[in-house]
Every structure is written in structure tokens, then in C-alpha cells.
Design a protein around this ligand. Structure first.
Ligand code: CTP
Ligand code: MG
Length: 224
């Protein structure tokens, strides 16, 4: 049984002020994606890393691979329009078998805890499908200009990554999504849509996704 890690990195980061896609921004002299890749390189449970990205960034990724010795990075493939298309392109490029495990983790989540990653992989080996998520902590308001309603937060989680699945579970779910013209914002949604139970593994707030300028500022503060 092999464990593959897909690190989607084909987005352009519309919600952040930057010339280059956020995953390639340097913080303390090192690209954000390099922090993420080092974690997966160091995790003994991971065998191979596959990255979907834009063609223009293949060279830079290969340089990052060399500089930080990301030896497990075996494939760089062209990503697609939606995150889902990027993940699917990577999934199709790997010679995985039905019992293999596929991890999907955002390039823009560089502070994933290594024990959390290992625990999530172990859990996926038992349950077949897991999503790392954090419990809502604040009061949840529904409304636009003013408050319309309050939502019971006791059953609300924020989905993060990693999201980890058996190869066949993820492949079947993605193919079903394409068949139904369904675009999911993450893989757990796509797998759940295909009537498969997805277990929740409790994550932590350090594992935030760098999405906006303030997220980037926070990451800079943490690593400096
Ligand atoms: N991603 C991808 N292919 C896409 C879109 C997103 O591989 N077509 C990747 C991003 O590079 C990122 C991860 O999916 O690592 C999470 O997506 P998000 O935070 O939404 O990144 P962007 O789509 O780049 O940002 P934005 O939505 O603000 O444009
Ligand atoms: Mg996006």
C-alpha cells in the first residue's frame, strides 16, 4: 500500500494582494509552498508527492525541489480551472491502486502539525475517508446587513486540509462529480456527495489557509 500526497498549487490567489500566486511568495527567504513540502518530505508515512500547478511555475517548483531536497516530489502536472480540476489532474497522473491512500493538502497551509498529519493518515487507513476540521468557536450569525439569526455552533466545523481518502473512494467520487456537473470546494464535499461517510479529525487553528493579506501577515509573524 502506498500513500500519495497531492498538493494543489495551481490557484492564482485572487483574495490576496500579490503579483505572484500566494504559494510562491517568500517569507523569511523561503517560498510558502516550500514550508508545506518539507512537512510532507519529513513524514515517513508519505511515499510520493504530486503537485498540480500552472505551466509557468514548473521551473520554479523544480528549483524549490532541489533547494529543499524534496526527494519525494515525483510529479509536477498542469493544474486546471477549479481546484477540483487540479486535484483530478494530479490523481489521474499517479499509478495508484485501489487500496492506496491519497492525501490532499493545500499548498497555502504551511503550518500543518506533523503529529496531526500522522494521526489523520492513521485514521484514513481505518475509516477510508477523513477530513481535518476545526470546531467553530465564535458565535455564528446569519444575516447580511443586520443579524437575522444565530446558528447553533455545536455542530459546526470549518473544513481544513489534509483530507485523506482511499484511492478508489476519491476517484469514484470525483468521476461522479464530473458526471453530475458538480463543483465542490473541497474533496470531502465531493466524497460525501457520493454517499460516502467522511470522518472528522480535529485540527488546530495554526493550520489556517493563507487566503488574505492578514493571513499572510500572521504567517510572517509566526515564522519570524
Ligand atoms: N488551487 C489549485 N487550482 C485551482 C485553484 C486553487 O490548485 N484552480 C489550489 C491553490 O493553489 C491553493 C489551494 O488550492 O493551494 C486552496 O485554494 P485557495 O486558497 O482558494 O487558493 P486560490 O484559488 O489561489 O485563491 P483565491 O480563491 O483567493 O483566488
Ligand atoms: Mg480559490
Amino acid at each position: 500500500m502506498k500513500t500519495y500526497a497531492i498538493i494543489p498549487a495551481a490557484g492564482i490567489g485572487k483574495r490576496i494582494t500579490s503579483e505572484i500566486p500566494k504559494q510562491f511568495i517568500k517569507v523569511n527567504g523561503k517560498e510558502i509552498i516550500a514550508y508545506t513540502l518539507e512537512l510532507f518530505q519529513q513524514c515517513t508515512a508519505v511515499d510520493e508527492i504530486i503537485i498540480p500547478t500552472r505551466k509557468d511555475y514548473f521551473d520554479l517548483l523544480n528549483r524549490i525541489k532541489g533547494k529543499y531536497s524534496i526527494k519525494k516530489l515525483s510529479r509536477i502536472v498542469e493544474g486546471g480551472k477549479e481546484r477540483q480540476d487540479s486535484v483530478y489532474a494530479a490523481l489521474k497522473s499517479i499509478p495508484a491502486k485501489d487500496g492506496d491512500i491519497v492525501i490532499v493538502h493545500d499548498a497555502a497551509r504551511p503550518l500543518l502539525n506533523k503529529d496531526l498529519l500522522s494521526a489523520a493518515i492513521d485514521s484514513a487507513k481505518i475509516f477510508g475517508s477523513v477530513v481535518v476540521a476545526v470546531k467553530a468557536k465564535d458565535t455564528l450569525i446569519e444575516g447580511s446587513d443586520s443579524v437575522e439569526n444565530y446558528i447553533d455552533r455545536s455542530k459546526i466545523y470549518y473544513a481544513q486540509t489534509p483530507q485523506i481518502f482511499g484511492y478508489k473512494i476519491l476517484t469514484d467520487a470525483m468521476e461522479n462529480a464530473y458526471k453530475n456537473n458538480f463543483i465542490g470546494t473541497d474533496e470531502s464535499m465531493i466524497v460525501k456527495m457520493n454517499n460516502t461517510e467522511v470522518k472528522i479529525v480535529e485540527g488546530d487553528s495554526f493550520n489556517f489557509k493563507i487566503t488574505t493579506d492578514s493571513d499572510l501577515a500572521l504567517f510572517r509573524k509566526i515564522v519570524s
